[in-house]
Design a protein around this ligand. Structure first.
Ligand code: ATP
Ligand code: MG
Length: 362
């Protein structure tokens, strides 16, 4: 990844522009952490980049940067810029391209995100970001209050980086968040959810949650019972444990899943009928919320005599034939009885036994 990135920098430089790796990749490289994609800061404009990478250029509306897939790696290429004005405490609406890296770094959020690497692989650290990495502390580039007032997403990014990297937030950041947190109400729920997902799925999630509570962001984010959160390897289980605003975006499937998990958590997840009704996945999540070992639930589930209605060893035709009746809603009710009897061990799932049962009881 590093080699390919340096090659890409050289390619841009060969066209007469400056180019540096910046942000997450360099930060994570110095911390020995893996990165998924690479951010590039360059004096080349999106049009220049388009010319340099003819067929692999994807313009991005958001933040005016472009994405290039180069040797299967995702590069986010952003032109050096100065930001002039913001709208709704988010997203600059006006910016101008500039030719200077140092100035470009001024618009960035945190000092740890300003460390660069040049095309020779050398670290260019104009704002002394390494010092913050050593101290394990997050500081804003310039005045914290101003940074958070300009863009409230930065509040959540601060918590996210602190959580994932296990870093402290500077006192100035904490004070500024307290003064600007009300602006979170105008941040889109999609953005809030993305950042919260990253915080909740971190192995340091507990620390992130304690920061959200300490800075009283939970109410601001309409997370009404953050104190009750149960962290689940499956993020949907984590969301199911939270009482949140209806505005958070979830697909229909996810909403249904959340509803089922919330129901299942009130039941005995080792009970055969509950296992049958909600299935292994939902019961595992609900069980995890109550500290029930997943292996125990899986074992119980695998021992179920039936896991769905097709497993019952008597067909609808057979029942109709025995009762000498046409099909109708009564079949569903018989099957319901049989499911319950089989799951409770009252009758074996055996064709002859089931036929006899139907003959004698209906
Ligand atoms: P990661 O990619 O690991 O989530 P990152 O630091 O690379 O972290 P990106 O969202 O990829 O974050 O952004 C790349 C860089 O752009 C950041 O390091 C930062 O310098 C700058 N940046 C991103 N979002 C903002 C913002 N909202 N305000 C100011 N600067 C930002
Ligand atoms: Mg990045």
């Amino acid at each position: 990844m590093l080699e390919t990135s340096l090659k890409l920098l050289k390619k841009i430089e060969n066209h007469g522009f400056k180019a540096y790796i910046v942000g997450g990749f360099v930060r994570d490289y110095l911390l020995n952490r893996p990165s998924l994609d690479v951010d590039i800061a360059t004096s080349a404009t999106p049009m220049d980049i388009k010319r340099i990478f003819k067929d692999i250029f994807i313009p991005k509306v958001e933040y005016g940067s472009v994405t290039v897939f180069y040797h299967n790696i995702r590069f986010e290429i952003t032109t050096f810029r100065r930001e002039l004005s913001y709208i709704n405490n988010r997203k600059p609406i006006e910016f101008e391209y500039i030719d200077d890296l140092y100035e470009d770094l001024q618009r960035r959020d945190f000092i740890i995100n300003t460390i660069c690497m040049n095309s020779d692989g050398e670290i260019i650290d104009l704002l002394n970001g390494k010092n913050d990495l050593d101290k394990k502390e997050i500081n804003t580039v310039g005045d914290s209050y101003k940074k958070f007032a300009e863009d409230s997403l930065r509040i959540l990014r601060a918590i996210r980086f602190a959580t994932i990297l296990d870093f402290k937030l500077s006192d100035e950041i904490k004070d500024a968040i307290k003064l600007t947190k009300h602006n979170l109400s105008s941040l889109s729920y999609q953005r809030k959810k993305e950042e919260l997902n990253k915080i909740f799925s971190s192995k340091n999630a507990r620390y992130g949650i304690s920061l959200l509570q300490e800075l009283e962001l939970d109410k601001e984010l309409e997370l009404y019972n953050l104190e009750d959160i149960t962290l689940n390897v499956d993020i949907i289980g984590t969301w199911a444990s939270l009482n949140i605003s209806e505005n958070y975006p979830f697909s229909r499937n996810e909403r249904e899943l959340i509803k089922k998990i919330r129901e299942a958590v009130t039941k005995d997840n080792l009970n055969n009928e509950v296992l049958y009704q909600y299935g292994l996945y939902v019961n595992s999540i609900a069980g995890a919320m109550k500290g029930i070992d997943k292996k125990k639930i899986t074992k119980k589930y695998e021992e179920l005599p039936i896991t769905n209605i097709q497993d019952i060893n008597i067909s609808g035709d057979e029942i109709m034939h025995i009762l000498n009746k046409k099909g109708g809603p009564y079949l569903k009710s018989i099957y319901g009885d049989l499911v319950s009897l089989i799951l409770n061990g009252k009758i074996e799932n055996d064709n002859n036994l089931l036929k006899n049962y139907v003959v004698n009881n209906y």
